[in-house]
Design a protein around this ligand. Sequence first.
Ligand code: PEP
Ligand code: MG
Length: 765
Amino acid sequence: MTQDKLKSSKPESHPPPLMRAIREAMAGTESVQERLDGFATAIQSAMSVRVASIYLLRPGAELELSATEGLKKSAVHKTRMKPGEGLVGHVALTARPLNLADAPGHPLFSYRPETGEDPFNSFLGVPILRGGRTLGVLVVQSKQSRTFTEAEVEDLLTVAMVLAEIIIDDERVGGKKGKLKGITLAPVRPETMEGKAFAPGLNRGTAHLHLPPVSPANLLAEDVSEEQARLEEGIAVLRASVDAMVSGEAASLSRASKEIYETYRMFAYDRKWVGRLREAVSSGLTSEAAVERVRNEHRARLMKARDPYLRARLHDLEDLANRLIRALSGEKVGPGNRTIADDAIIFARELGPAELLDYDRKQLKGIVLEEGSATSHAAIICRALGIPLVGRCEGILDLIETGDDVLLDGETGTVHVRPVESIIDGFKLRMTVKGELTKAYDALKDQPAITRDGRKISLQLNAGLLVDLPQLDQAGADGIGLFRTEFQFMVSDFMPKLKEQTALYQGAIQAAGERPVTFRTLDLGGDKILPYIDPVPEENPAIGWRAIRIALDRPGLMRYQLRALVAAGADAHLRVMFPMVTTVDEMIEARALFDREVERAVNLGLTLPKKIEVGVMLETPSLAWQVSAVCDHADFVSVGANDLMQFFFAADRDNARVSDRYDPLHPAALSVLKFIAHQCDRNNTPVSVCGEIAGRPLEAITLAALGYRTLSMPVTGIGPVKAALLKLDAADLSATLEPHINVESRLSSLREIVQDYCTRNAIPV
Ligand code: PEP
Ligand code: MG
């Protein structure tokens, strides 16, 4: 039904006949199989079709005929097909309805004699979706050759939604009743799930579902016209709240948030989205269920989209859907307005920066996502705020209820749900030890990191956003060794303007006071994608068109940024470095661009920085072999060990299957690191390491032994690294490692040797 039709037709109070039949089928039935059978019978009779069948995806990814009215009953639990196989498989694969007048004439039609389906011509199949997952396919068939009406498609989609909730509920309830998918998951049982640790920290807390599930009991509306009125009211509240965010409250937030809200406003007024919601409610769903259904359809389609822009839009729509559900429940929507427990651990499929801002930071003890990535906005913000985040916990939303006890381990990526006493005890012990260690590190805050043999090591912070800056003093860092400027671009929905860039850089310089801040120019490409720039699809993005390569080919963006940096550095000490430089020529070219911006500032009579240093990031093996030559053009060298190691070992750092395959303490890697330090020393060029390894005590003391005097790391590394360095005799460790760092060594790692050394010398690592 179109929106216009919907408006012109008089509101119908009674749910459509199919929904009434479904209600009746749900009442009083206990077992899931009975419910499925009841559904098939109800659909067949209410839609006046010959066949109604339910196919469910079983473990092993096969669709199985699980209930039917009209096909041979003997085929139930026997007829199976793969997604993509036959018409039913096609619906599952595409996650879209398929409406055919002549099914046997379709090239994908696959004949199954055991079902006795040959005499049926028309076919309508709709996917059974939940959370973007396809759980199965619902099919109706009739003898007569006709296409089904839009209203019939709509009705069947509604039934599919109800079915999805029943299936998931069955999974959740589990136990003896949970036979449907062969999965027995009980919410009362303890569960341990392994995800990916995207922001460190250990916390115990109370689960809070970012979006509470719509229970099967609340899917179907009692009175359609009342429900239509409820939906309109909810939409009005939502629109008013989004308008208020854009015009008022958001003014106090960052510009990034404001822009995100503006995108929300666009969606909140999107006629198509609202039209789909209205249609779903008219077909008999409650408003909440309608939101869920429209969301599922979007998810299923857009999750297949590889285009990050489209995926980001999906995320905006999800956020809006969440807000609408909250508005329907009468909850206030807006920043800081979410009611959660004082020790809440938020569970969501994905979480955007604006959604994160909706929660009171003091109450947030952690975040668990089904999706997410190390470079997602939520992860970046969580790391900056010290909130543990575990991502890629697939299926966890089906296991968790609001109020569940949760142990969140942001160090290993483990989530314990409803843990047993023994797990709680062990976890508490770790939390206590960590708490004590944190206190001990705090006590070292103002102490310089000087090794026992007198080497002063400068411990600096890796940062990128305003929220990172207070950490400088809290951790007692000696400066910012790596300011990842692309973060500001990534958390914004629009390209940050010159003024905004300048303001952020100025903020960092001011927060650091006399301490140095090293700005790295935009390191885009690879996995760092901007929502507002069309990505260039690449086979191997990590070694593709990224960072300095983009900057030199399209210098406009970098010159703009360099302009902001020169302006921010007025009257201050400005340090700038370029990422992913592979040849000396690239460094010369990049430096020339910087010089042009300084020249421009001179010509305009602007205030110049008091001191300027332009450095190079050493992240590619080729540059390691030209380090001496590049020192002629760089005031300092910063080793980007994350990238250097991925290229050195040919192991994608974002691919969990290979990223940990090689140890950075491999003697070959240490030879390169030692060579770089030595060459820089010979050239009197200061050198530092700013990859993740600099923040791990064992690796950090090894780097100190190799001759590095500056290490830049995530905030969580500063205390532990300092504690280890204070106990280190760098020359002694250097002598211990020396015999193993050469081309003769056949070891795969010197970790054990360093670990033994630490044990013998009581170095806390
Ligand atoms: C690195 O590659 O080591 C580095 C510090 O840069 P990023 O992690 O941002 O690529
Ligand atoms: Mg890098």
